[in-house]
Ligand binder design. Sequence first.
Ligand code: HEM
Length: 490
Amino acid sequence: MSTKLELTPFLTATILFGLYHSYVFLIRLFRPRLPYPLGPRGYPLIGDLFNEASKNVEQHEWARYLKMGKEYNSDVLHINVLGDHTLILNSAKAATELLEKRSGLYSDRPRKALPSLLSRWDWNFATMLYSNKWRSVSCNLTFHQDFQAKAISTYHPFILQSTSNFLKKLAPAEYISTSYAGSTILRIVYGMSTQEELENYVELAHLASESLNATMNHCGSFFVDYLPCLKYMPAWFPGASFKQKANTWAPMVSNLINAPWKRVKSSMKFNLVPNFDIKSINNNLDQDMEEVIKNCSGVAYFAGTDTTVSLIMSSILVLSHHPEVLEKAHEELDRVIGTSRLPQFQDRDKLPYIQAFIKEVERMYPVTPLAVAHRVISDDIFNGYFIPKGIVNSRIAILHSEELYQDPFKFNPGRFLQNDKNSKLSPDPEIVAFGFGRRICPGRHFALDSAWSLIACLLATCDFTGPSEDAQKISRKPDPMLDYFDGLIV
Ligand code: HEM
């Protein structure tokens, strides 16, 4: 009697797993090498799998890395899980040395199985591999040209219009995303203007971004990141919940890139062209070029929505917790602008305390505490350590470093003001808050201008307090804490 061996998905995954790791193990065994940077050593073959799988999900990822850095007394850490290497850069010096000075090697993005492949984010150049496609001048130059510092003043009227609409309709906090950051971008990029349309599209960006937020920087949030072959498991298979999630996300992501573009194309029939590079479109546009502009528009639309909102929401939250900061900001506005008009962009340099306040929010509550992961494309050596090709997380919470900032967990905008010639100014958080090297955030000038406009105008018109005890009893809404959910964007 003969038994037939059936090649089930589980058996296939196990065989592939075994073959792949025996191969990696043999290669490593016979290679002469320097030590890896410090970090948990784990066990042969599986590395630090147990610790990563049982990590405390309540603890912020950046705080875990901060603690680990202190434990190993090192600003460069290394974690190996199943042969998948992650490098953690805990200081601005290490991040600049590797991600900027060696940016030719360190500008790739992780080949994450889940977000890009399964949720259909492959059009998104923010997650694209460091390749000819990413480099193709068109994609990056189109975006960089439209968002470079000197182009942003063209968008000031759109920013001011959104600020004014927001002030007129001041409403609960969620309104900030629907009315402000997202709608400014949608006006500029796709030329949208009706409130209903703006709200629908901002909601779409928010829903679709959830998948990137949940998966981009979390090494180990989905096991498929370590074992990409698991993506072939059927969605019903035990442990394949990542596939169900991806199936839910994929149509939203596809809608995000296709729906507003379809709308632009149809409005162009009536010669209604928005301000962004789409203005260069004509009906005979080369198909490749159309794809590039469509993708750049989609990237601006989703990347510009939740990020700026996070900075604005943190600013509001901080103001409600720090009346002394609010008082100083109000005093500066009353003295410089008076009470008969709103602050304009040309007043910015005359309002140093408000600038310092925004910098301190960027420093203390970074929008992207782990930036966006880079990937080293080939093995490297740094400070006598062997750096294997793999993922690099730079901890933007470098901005909490005691070496750079005195009393780093104290909220103190004064650290960015030159009151005393003898005291040293703290380094500008913008040098790291927007990432490093060739992948640095191209939307940073736009983000800072639009955040400044709204925050300055809110300060000029509003008071900020937490809910009173009575209000808390009636509405059962507690005073919001200065704390955050973890994720790519907090
Ligand atoms: C406060 C707001 C913002 C913050 C804190 C922020 C932060 C970042 C960071 C840390 C990165 C990763 C850089 C790296 O890999 O080293 C990034 C990338 C990116 N950001 Fe922003 N960003 C903000 C707003 C915006 C806006 C408004 C836009 C678009 C209009 C935008 C578009 C992008 C794009 C396209 C990338 C990917 C660049 C690439 O991979 O080549 N961001 N951002």
